[in-house]
Design a protein around this ligand. Structure first.
Ligand SMILES: Cc1ncc(C[n+]2csc(CCOP(=O)(O)OP(=O)(O)O)c2C)c(N)n1
Ligand SMILES: [Mg+2]
Length: 320
């Protein structure tokens, strides 16, 4: 695995990913963040764990629910929050909002409003790396719902056929919008779909960051060796509903309760792991939590204090 410092950093990143969402939700209510915000509370182990095995020059494509991907890839929290607030100091000068945050330096290509759309872009990068003779890898996050899109099947076929440098990472959070997985998926395990393309497919516990790291490491190693893509399905749970615009009522309370116990919650579980393995004391875990919260509070303040972009930049970065 990683050294103790990195193991602690991953805990902080998971807490930052969660707490920044609660902070942004408050700011959304206060009118400081516009548009529906898709939150990944309960899914922090997948984004943070999978990105932990990547280098800065490995590319990640995200989804509409990407905050843990951004934090996991090591993006600066201040610039992230400023972007979510549409401020000039944000990663994309305030034009990307919460969903499309991108950073060339950190290998984050950003999210995508078209379900599964970014997977096609990810496979394009995986093919480019392969053609360049590089061992860089493109990892694409997608949701369970996205695996029913035509793009999923076309992208997997091409990536498998040409053995591109890709990892396809499915965050199976049990819902596509308001529709439960057992009403929209023809299979119980999405990893079974890998069989159709002759590539390895694996189902893991997406709330266990150690399982996420191990499975992603194996898939990344395989891609770096030029042996082609792997499909990882991580089972997790979307605790806060589809977005800030979701009126709820369709996720049974017993189901939410079952996924948010200390035994299931990815952050509580990882905190216990750190203590059990002697990497931290319980007090040190609390201190990491407090440090992460302080970074989030500072980022929210940075976002609030930052200026909006000048209207003169409106047409910059437009290609047509
Ligand atoms: C091509 C396309 N179809 C439909 C939508 C509307 N839409 C946005 S998110 C979503 C559900 C996606 O579910 P999933 O892939 O499981 O991601 P999750 O929201 O659970 O993270 C849908 C249908 C869209 N944005 N793009
Ligand atoms: Mg889903």
């Amino acid at each position: 695995m990683f050294d103790d410092e990195k193991m602690k950093l991953l805990y902080k990143r998971m807490v930052m990913a969660r707490q920044v969402e609660y902070g942004i939700r408050e700011q959304h209510k206060a009118g400081k963040v516009r548009g529906p915000v898709h939150m990944c509370v309960g899914q922090e182990a997948t984004g943070v764990g999978a990105c932990a095995v990547l280098n800065d020059d490995d590319w990640v494509t995200s989804t509409h629910r990407g905050h843990a991907h951004f934090v996991g890839k090591g993006l600066d929290l201040n610039k992230m929050v400023a972007e979510m607030m549409g401020k000039a100091t944000g990663y994309c000068g305030g034009k990307a909002s919460h969903m499309l945050i991108a950073s060339r330096e950190k290998g984050m290509l950003g999210g995508c409003g078209i379900v599964c759309g970014a997977l096609g872009i990810g496979v394009g990068y995986g093919l480019a790396f392969k053609m360049d003779g590089s061992n860089r890898v493109a990892l694409s996050f997608i949701g369970d719902g996205a695996t029913n899109e035509g793009m999923f099947h076309e992208a997997l076929n091409m990536a498998a056929l040409w053995k591109t440098n890709n990892v396809i990472f499915v965050e199976h959070n049990m819902y596509g919008l308001t529709v439960r997985a057992d009403r929209h998926l023809s299979v119980e395990n999405i990893s079974d779909r890998a069989v159709a393309y002759g590539i390895p497919g694996v189902t893991i516990d997406g709330n266990d960051i150690i399982a996420v790291i191990e499975a992603t490491q194996e898939a990344v190693d395989r891609a770096r060796r030029g042996e082609g893509p792997t499909l990882i399905e991580a089972k997790t749970y979307r605790v806060l509903g589809f977005s800030t615009g979701d009126k709820g009522g369709y996720q049974p309370q017993e189901e939410i309760d079952a996924w948010t116990t200390p035994e299931k919650d990815p952050i509580a579980r990882y905190g216990k792991y750190l203590v059990d393995k002697g990497i931290c004391t319980a007090e040190e875990v609390d201190a990491l939590h407090a440090e992460a919260q302080a970074a989030v509070d500072a980022a929210i303040q940075f976002g609030l204090d930052s200026p909006y972009p000048d209207p003169s930049v409106l047409m910059e970065g437009i290609f047509a």
